[in-house]
Design a protein around this ligand. Structure first.
Ligand code: AMP
Length: 315
């Protein structure tokens, strides 16, 4: 049996299926979680499928989360999508199920689960879920196609990042055959509010860039209050520094209410997830996240990016 077939066998075996994804969700986390739910409900209407987690207000257009109780986990299959390591799973109750499946496209640094499907060549977890359904000839609903398409668009930066393969296009093309408002998704993901526009302007004006293209931006709590921006909303400017052609790799330090910094790391070519792993984080080679617990650590992280670019100008 292929891994996809084993996953399907488990879905068929259990009456209750609970699907989790990572904290601080992005469109791929929600697209893969809710897209898989739609597929299971469409093909096996009698199954109870629950999708718990934090309701991220900026992503309400993708869907709402559901409440889950401890008793739901009795004899339940738990599937976790798009989440590389256990501490990032929203929430810890995922452990209470009978059988655990991990489906992800991040490096498999924390190989949790009784069954693991990890494909780091996939652009997104939504691509994997779509591939799963298409390979096994499961029926897709229009809503599943919308969610999975949005997840792929989200994680590929609208088909811009190197993770976009011919398979990504092929799957996106098949999803496009379903009836959903394709242009509305494109608009949703390409437009921003006035306050985000102002934050973009701040980011571009205040970015520090060195001679090798190492860049940094610090967003303090005070600044975020001034711009009326929440932590999840900073995702709207994570890609902004990369639009400058002299920028190669960058870090955005987002101060958290407890004073520590969430560090969002991005790179066009140099592999930066090693830096993330050294600072309580991880992620993809060119898009990862870390945590910094002091201004000194912020400085060390920036120095590590600078050194990476200086010591290996052409990867
Ligand atoms: P972000 O900057 O939060 O959008 O994160 C970019 C990528 O890094 C995502 O694929 C995350 O899954 C991963 N990532 C972010 N923060 C962490 C962390 N603390 N530990 C492991 N991976 C992370």
């Amino acid at each position: 049996m292929t891994l996809f077939e084993q996953i399907l066998a488990k879905i068929k075996q259990y009456n209750t299926i609970i699907i989790h994804r990572h904290m601080k969700p992005d469109p791929d986390a929600l697209g893969s979680q809710l897209g898989l739910k739609e597929i299971i409900k469409h093909n096996f209407p009698d199954k109870k499928v629950i999708t718990p987690g934090y309701d991220e207000p900026t992503l309400a257009w993708l869907g709402q989360m559901e409440t889950v109780s401890d008793s739901d986990y009795l004899d339940a299959l738990v599937i976790v999508t798009d989440t590389a390591n256990r501490p990032r799973i929203d929430s810890s109750s995922y452990e209470q199920g009978d059988f655990l499946i991990k489906i992800d496209h991040h490096p498999n640094d924390d190989a949790y689960g009784d069954l693991i499907y990890v494909d780091t060549d996939a652009s997104s977890s939504s691509e994997i879920i779509a591939d799963f359904a298409m390979t096994l000839q499961l029926q897709l609903s229009d809503e599943a196609a919308r969610l999975l398409y949005a997840g792929i668009v989200g994680d590929t930066g609208r088909f811009l990042y190197p993770s976009t393969s011919s398979k990504t296009f092929s799957i996106a093309s098949q999803l496009r055959n379903y009836h959903f408002d394709f242009a509305a998704i494109a608009r949703q993901m390409d437009s921003f509010s006035l306050k985000i526009a102002k934050l973009q302007a701040y980011a571009l004006s205040n970015l520090e860039i060195d001679e090798n293209g190492a860049a940094r931006l610090v967003l303090t709590q005070e600044l975020m209050k001034k711009f009326d921006i929440t932590d999840p909303e900073t995702s709207a400017i994570v890609a902004t520094p990369g639009k400058i052609n002299s920028v190669e790799a960058w870090a955005i330090f987002v101060e958290q209410p407890d004073g520590h910094y969430r560090v969002r790391l991005r790179s066009k070519s140099h592999i930066i997830n090693g830096i993330a792993k050294r600072h309580a984080g991880g992620g993809h080679p060119l898009a990862s996240g870390a945590n910094s617990y002091s201004l000194e650590e912020n400085e060390i992280i920036y120095q590590e990016i600078k050194a990476l670019l200086k010591n290996s100008p052409e990867p």
